[in-house]
Design a protein around this ligand. Sequence first.
Ligand code: ZN
Ligand code: FE
Length: 206
Amino acid sequence: MIQIHQFPCLSDNYGFLVHDPASGETTCIDTPDGKEYLKQAEGKGWTISHIWNTHWHPDHAGGNEEIKAATGCTVIGPAEVEKIAAPDIIIKHGDTVSLGAFTGDVIDVGGHTDGHIAIHIAEAGIAFVGDAVFALGCGRMFEGTPDQFWASLERIKALPPETTLYCAHEYTQANAKFALHADPGNSALADYAAEIDRKRAQEVPT
Ligand code: ZN
Ligand code: FE
């Protein structure tokens, strides 16, 4: 089965390396920090074969050049990533990517930026959603419109309910603070917020 290695990067990003033991292929999900990705891959004994970018922001594509120079990997991402470093392969909604025998479906989740994509690997029950959605919140709407962003969130919502979403930042505590402000009488929310505080006190990802 597919293996996922998650690690903190920069101030509040998460790095993800996704490894398929059968083929030996390993893809970076975004590249907030090239050096950290190379170090983490070496620590796992994995050789990076691909980069999959969700969107063009520097905390998601800023490490592309360094990782490609070190590994010769293939960079795959939406056209907008050209603002940072041109991908080898451009992907858009409806395309697929592969990691060994696994197929990832590319889903348009524009709104945080234009040309923001998510990748859903149905067989593994996982999706990498970048900055489109977070626990208790969504990404800041920099380039898109409310209608566009809502349609994107609906596409994520339409994924099978058992899908694990991998969000690209640790924002849950701040989102919980806002949620409690907006919905102060919600006891389930208060319990969840307390659980988040406990996890963050131990530096556990939420
Ligand atoms: Zn972003
Ligand atoms: Fe980001």
